[in-house]
Write a protein that binds this ligand. Structure first.
Ligand SMILES: [Zn+2]
Ligand SMILES: [Zn+2]
Length: 435
């Protein structure tokens, strides 16, 4: 399954202001100066830019909710926020441009920020395209039609060239589309919203946007935790700070830290913060991500769920090939790298880049590699681990799954590494404090 984000903001589209672009340029150029980057070399500049924070080298994006999940033979669109316009442009370059496209569209609910892109979705105007629309709220067809009423929009729903087939889903029901199963659950939100859990073999993606969790005790959260359980990716409404989520009761939104607690309880691999507040700058959203990563390290058991921010144009590939990722978190002043996915020949470059970056900034520190979310390792991966030792002060490895332990054993390399059962077993006290 390939997941792609086309719109990630909540409430209303919020285009990047000129003043923010200006700030990004100042930060980037100042950092380049400090790092001594050769500004006459396009390759050096490109590599430097790629290493900058997503808040500096691009933007989180200003479009409202729209995302897609795609397999070889299925395309599912979730919500029709303003991000749907760009999705439409992209689809027009494919079979949808010739009127031969088919997609399913699932609606979480019909607030403006989840439907306003629909009238600008060009494939809907092309004869021959077919859309199966799935919705739990019975009023979805009516709202889509009224949004294009002649008093407020020049083209009417009835004049659309494509064929639309509406399918109302029961609350809590599951629909099967080829080898995909899509289940739903009701979320607390003004007028209700529905989360969707998409499952294909062992791969699970959950979209849970526009949801409030008023009670945080286990019995109240249990139904959500069960629904989100073992998700590879949980896309979570993180519009508010914890403080706002408490003050703005009944607004129907949640926060990143509440998402972190729920993700940890549900054993989610990767938490993706979503439905960003239109008033938050890119820098503020990245700061929320960093706080959430830190928050998860303060828990007694230190289960390190990966945390990311959803940004426009970002893709996550769950095809079990090439989905390797490495993410840095700081735990008690120590640097920990979370490894995710398949650690093979395609992964070594990304891994080595991350090791070199840590080695440069933390010369005299042991770093921890958390393998909790690593699916498998090849000899190329083991080799990269061995080579990494020369680029950092020392390496400790924790949470090694049995299949990976066995590969290291078979390759006769176990004794090259300091392996501990969990993060808590690493002798942190001997660490050099962060400079
Ligand atoms: Zn919304
Ligand atoms: Zn809403």
């Amino acid at each position: 399954m390939k997941l792609k984000f086309w719109g990630v903001r909540g409430s209303i589209p919020s285009p990047l202001l000129s003043s923010f672009i200006n700030e990004k340029l100042i930060v980037a150029l100042t950092e380049a100066g400090r790092a001594g980057i050769d500004l006459h070399s396009p390759t050096a500049v490109e590599a430097f830019i790629a290493g900058l924070s997503p808040a500096v080298n691009g933007t989180i994006g200003g479009n409202t909710t729209c995302l897609t999940i795609e397999t070889d033979d299925r395309l599912i669109i979730f919500d029709a926020g303003s991000g749907m316009r760009e999705l439409g442009r992209h689809l027009m370059m494919r079979e949808f441009g010739q009127g031969r496209g088919h997609a399913a569209i699932f609606f979480t609910h019909t607030h403006w920020d989840h439907i306003q892109g629909f009238p600008f979705f060009v494939p809907a105007f092309i004869e021959g395209n077919t859309f199966d629309v799935y919705h739990v709220h019975p009023h979805v067809p009516q709202v889509l039609t009224e949004q294009m009423d002649s008093r407020v929009f020049p083209a009417q729903f009835s004049a659309l060239g494509a064929t639309f087939r509406f399918h109302q889903l029961p609350v809590g029901g599951t629909v099967t589309l080829g080898d995909l199963e899509v289940a739903n659950i009701e979320l607390e939100h003004p007028g209700k919203s529905y989360a969707y859990r998409v499952k294909r073999d062992d791969d699970i993606i959950v979209l849970a946007t526009d949801g409030e969790y008023k009670r945080l005790d286990h019995p109240a959260l249990k139904r959500y935790i069960d629904f989100y359980r073992d998700a590879d990716v949980l896309i979570f409404d993180a519009q508010f700070s914890v403080r706002e989520a408490i003050i703005k009761q009944d607004w129907g939104h949640s926060s990143a830290l509440i998402g972190a607690d729920i993700a940890r309880a549900a054993k989610v691999k990767r938490l993706v913060l979503f439905h960003h507040d239109p008033a938050s700058s890119d820098e503020e959203i990245v700061a929320i991500m960093n706080q959430t990563r830190e928050y998860l390290t303060h828990h007694h058991r230190r289960s390190l769920v990966m945390v990311d921010v959803a940004r426009e144009g970002w893709e996550i590939n769950l095809n079990r090939n090439g989905n390797f990722d490495v993410q840095q978190v700081n735990v008690d002043g120590m640097v920990c790298l979370n490894l995710l996915g398949q650690f093979d020949a395609r992964a070594t470059e990304a891994f080595t880049r991350a090791i070199l970056a840590v080695g440069q900034s933390h010369h005299n520190q042991t770093i921890v590699l958390n393998m909790e979310n690593l699916a498998e390792i090849s000899v190329a991966g083991v080799r990269a681990l061995l080579e990494a030792r020369s680029n950092v002060y020392g390496i400790a490895i924790v949470n090694v799954p049995s299949n990976i332990y066995r590969v290291m054993e078979l390759s006769g390399t176990l004794d090259f590494f300091a392996i501990y059962p969990t993060l808590n077993d690493v002798p942190w006290k001997g660490a050099t404090p962060e400079g």
